[in-house]
Design a protein around this ligand. Structure first.
Ligand code: ATP
Length: 234
């Protein structure tokens, strides 16, 4: 579904990604793990057109997308939930969700998706008139994911959804990511919380200093001695 081939990305003169190659197959949860500053967010930004690769290519469903602007990439079905959630704090939950569907005009389908989201996140249904900025951190993360789902992504990009959340809420968020995948959405998950991410993922990539250094089935990475030492705190 998605393939990165030899992607090199820069911030001005500073190179952040070196020859990144990875694939995401339809139906998978793929996780990209790595330390602070490894280049995980930059990889997502390179996929969604915010930091276009200077070399290499990004191919989505057979089409090269690395020279398309971000809004065109969204309309192809790649939707990102950015790190730090970035919901609209002065808009209600409902208005935030409406913003997620702004590229769509299939009203009855939008209504169906809203029902699906309120089933996934009953708390958002309860709070649909509350301002986004007054939700708890976990609820804001749920809203950010829901807003992305309102765009009906084929591929959902998640940047550190567990950041700054309490352990119980983290567990809940990961369970919901798994559920979203099971209902047919392919997921690319960037995480520092390697243990939780690898537990729900099919395959994983490990990134160090802008390079992919390891790629394997998630269960093999969980058992890998180097990964255990460096990323799982074991
Ligand atoms: P984190 O988990 O801390 O978000 P990350 O793995 O997502 O880390 P990136 O944010 O992709 O890492 O950063 C990769 C490298 O690019 C780092 O060296 C970082 O300092 C640099 N970088 C990121 N954003 C910018 C920017 N806007 N301008 C210049 N350099 C940047």
């Amino acid at each position: 579904m998605l393939e990165l081939k030899g992607v090199c990305s820069f911030y001005g003169k500073i190179q952040a990604l070196y020859d990144v190659c990875l694939t995401v197959d339809e139906g998978e949860i793929i996780t990209l793990i790595g330390a602070n500053g490894a280049g995980k967010t930059t990889t997502l930004m390179s996929i969604c057109g915010i930091v276009p690769p200077r070399k290499g290519s990004v191919v989505f469903q057979g089409e090269e997308i690395n020279s398309l602007p971000p809004d065109k990439i969204v309309s192809k079905g790649i939707v990102q939930v950015p790190e730090g959630r970035l919901i609209f704090p002065r808009m209600s939950v409902m208005e935030n969700l409406d913003m997620g569907a702004y590229l769509r005009n299939d009203k009855s389908e939008i209504k169906r998706d809203l029902e699906y989201i309120f089933e996934l996140f009953p708390i958002l249904a309860e709070r649909k008139n509350q301002l986004g900025g007054t939700l708890s951190g976990g609820e804001q993360q749920m809203l950010a994911i829901s807003r992305a789902l309102m765009a009906r992504p084929k591929l959902l990009l998640l940047d550190e959804p567990s950041l700054g959340l309490a352990p119980l809420v983290i567990k809940q968020i990961f369970e919901i990511i798994k559920k979203i995948n099971e209902t047919g959405t392919t997921i690319f998950l960037v995480e520092q919380n390697a243990h939780q991410a690898l537990r729900i993922a099919h395959r994983g990539y490990v990134m160090e200093n802008g390079r992919i250094v390891l790629a394997d089935k998630a269960k093999n990475l969980l058992a890998n001695e180097e990964v255990k030492k460096a990323y799982l705190g074991l």
